[in-house]
Design a binder for this molecule. Structure first.
Ligand code: SF4
Ligand code: SF4
Length: 134
């Protein structure tokens, strides 16, 4: 019997990230983005503020970024045509390394896409937030 073809096998490498609306930038129940002190310091220098200001404004539960109501990371741009990381050059180590030289689990897993895609589509109809207002 032939194996059922997975229609979501799109990403064997990170080049697909350039065409993706950032599924991995939406928080799923039970998942977290772990920030290290080095991450916080790099982001603080990038934003030209203190480490304490980054912690106070953008971090919750001590070591993860705040999220919006739809679960999106506070640093995911809300532009309708631009769902990019606003701190891309200084983004956390975990964001840089994901999906760890493996095919992206979001694109490989139909269930994950189905959870997040409606949130992305809903955000396309929402008023455009100021990109600089993070
Ligand atoms: S890692 Fe996966 S979900 Fe994240 S931007 Fe790349 S393709 Fe999209
Ligand atoms: S810091 Fe950037 S890459 Fe990391 S989850 Fe937030 S928006 Fe996505």
């Amino acid at each position: 019997m032939s194996k059922k073809r997975n229609p979501y096998v799109l990403s064997g490498n990170k080049s697909f990230c350039n065409f993706c609306p950032g599924y991995c930038c939406y928080r799923l129940p039970g998942s977290s983005l772990l920030l290290t002190n080095d991450d916080i310091n790099r982001i603080a220098r990038y934003l030209q503020v203190s480490d304490g200001e980054v912690r106070g404004k953008y971090i919750e539960h001590r070591n993860t970024f705040r999220t919006r109501e739809d679960g999106s990371c506070i640093f995911l741009a809300q532009g309708k045509m631009c769902k990019r990381c606003l701190i891309h050059e200084a983004r956390p180590k975990q964001c840089r390394e994901f999906p760890y030289d493996r095919p992206c689990p979001y694109l490989e897993n139909e269930g994950l896409m189905e959870i997040i895609q409606p949130r992305i589509e809903e955000s396309l109809w929402a008023p455009v937030a100021q990109v600089s207002s993070y």
